[in-house]
Write a new protein. Structure first.
Length: 459
């Protein structure tokens, strides 16, 4: 291992403690940022803990009172006596810089933690008895835990909050746009949700073969091709060329399996190449790596966002789509699958908030929807598979229901309902769509005077 001193700033630690000794008002500011373990020197941890104890007891804090408290616990000599407390006070250039001093101390602590986790990961890598996946999981989780320690949570002053809210409201009122987020391309869905909003975690759920991937790809196409907004699509189930095949089939309204086999007439080449050109110029970014962890997804999404913004600083809208949630790999060996899915759900919501983008995850529903005693086999929020956390963490839950799947009533073959079962900031309810399984395409119902005409599907 590299023989170097761990990152630290003894001077910043002394300045923090000195400020707390001379300015009691600074204590509350500092303890919002620092904890005892953030200090590099043990003597500084002792002094900090003593000040915290006095402050919690509503007692005054100054150099004399702190020294007396240290005497009571026989630690005054350990920290260097009264002389060292005096040195701390002399280190203070300006109490007004308390927050800056504290941030320096915390930054050095984060770097030390990063070194500690990295060292442990290196040691695990040298341990040939451990499986590679376990080593990678350990390293990823360690880095993530360190990154979470660097997340600051603080209150916003009421006047700042009010002013910022008013500015945002004025902008919305000025534009008078019904869609304030990223449009899905389905008018009734956008009307109810206002589009996909930043920081929202959206779940699209259904039983197998109901069209989850088809709907996700239709939405991705509308956003990334039609609106040129970057779509970061993680496909944990299908490879990227299968997705492109579905994009094309949906767009030209032709049988996807026929296109995949090359069983299409020559006059379709023009339509196909035109769609390929659209995808070439699109803003859809596909990662089809199987078995990704939530840390992989988060890191890759963040890197791509930074890369795209470095090329175009005006880019301020992004969306992540994951197909599908139950295929995301968890950390290590959780006690149960339910616990694992709960952790993944929490981290997806955290990802949406920390990156300030909408995150859509497709999810399976459990078999209760197929219970014949249930009227119409309509899915419910409680059907979200393996974890109640999905219902709790999500902002929007959209469920796909196709009655034909259960009834086999030919008159309902193309009928599909999007059930908005949860909408934290808007209305819930059903949306009527049409589904064309051969094209893997959802569309909005045509006006009553128009009829659906299916193209002939080659054998």
């Amino acid at each position: 291992m590299i023989n170097k001193t761990y990152p630290n700033s003894v001077e910043a630690e002394m300045a923090v403690l000195g400020t707390m000794l001379v300015n009691k008002d600074s204590i509350e500011t500092i303890i919002e940022i620092l904890k005892p373990e953030h200090f590099y020197l043990d003597t500084h941890k002792i002094i900090f803990e003593t000040i915290l104890k006095l402050n919690d007891s509503k007692k005054s804090v100054d150099i004399v009172i702190v020294s007396e408290e240290l005497k009571k616990i026989n630690r005054l000599d350990d920290i260097g006596g009264m002389k060292y407390l005096t040195d701390l006070v002399e280190k203070v250039s300006s109490p007004a810089h308390a927050k800056e001093y504290a941030n320096i101390v915390k930054e050095k602590y984060i770097l030390r933690e990063l070194i500690r986790v990295s060292t442990q990961s290196i040691e695990a890598a040298y341990d040939s008895s451990q499986e590679i996946d376990a080593v990678l999981d350990y390293a990823q989780k360690g880095i993530f835990d360190v990154s979470q320690k660097n997340v600051s949570h603080s209150f916003v002053a009421p006047k700042d909050l009010a002013n910022n809210y008013l500015l945002r409201l004025q902008e919305v009122h000025k534009n008078r746009k019904p869609i304030t987020g990223i449009p899905s391309g389905f008018s009734q869905l956008d009307f109810k949700t206002g589009g996909f909003q930043n920081s929202e975690f959206i779940i699209i759920a259904a039983r197998p073969s109901q069209g989850k991937t088809a709907l996700a790809l239709n939405i991705a196409y509308n956003i990334g091709v039609s609106n040129k907004i970057p779509v970061i699509f993680f496909s944990l189930e299908m490879d990227k060329y299968s997705l492109i095949n579905r994009f094309i089939a949906s767009s030209i309204k032709y049988d996807s399996s026929a296109i995949r086999r090359g069983a299409f007439p020559n006059d379709k080449w023009q339509d196909i190449t035109t769609e390929v050109s659209k995808i070439y110029d699109s803003n859809i970014w596909i990662d089809d790596t199987p078995g990704l962890t939530i840390m992989d997804i988060r890191a890759r999404a963040r890197k791509l966002i930074l890369d795209l913004q470095s090329k175009d600083q005006n880019l301020n809208k992004f969306i992540v789509i994951i197909d599908y949630l139950q295929l995301i790999r968890g950390f290590g060996k959780p006690e149960s699958r339910q616990q694992e899915v709960s952790e993944i759900s929490r981290l997806l919501k955290d990802m949406a908030r920390s990156l300030n983008i909408p995150v859509i995850a497709l999810s399976q529903l459990n078999r209760r929807t197929e219970d014949r005693s249930r009227e119409g086999n309509r899915p419910q929020l409680s059907d979200l598979r393996e974890s109640g956390s999905l219902e709790q963490d999500s902002d929007v839950v959209v469920m796909i229901h196709r009655d034909y799947y259960y009834s086999k009533d030919e008159s309902k073959r193309n009928d599909a309902d999007l059930i908005i079962a949860k909408n934290r900031n808007g209305a819930v309810g059903d949306i009527k769509l049409l589904f064309h399984p051969e094209w893997t395409k959802f569309s909005e119902p045509l006006p009553p005077t128009e009829k659906i005409v299916d193209e002939e599907i080659p054998l």
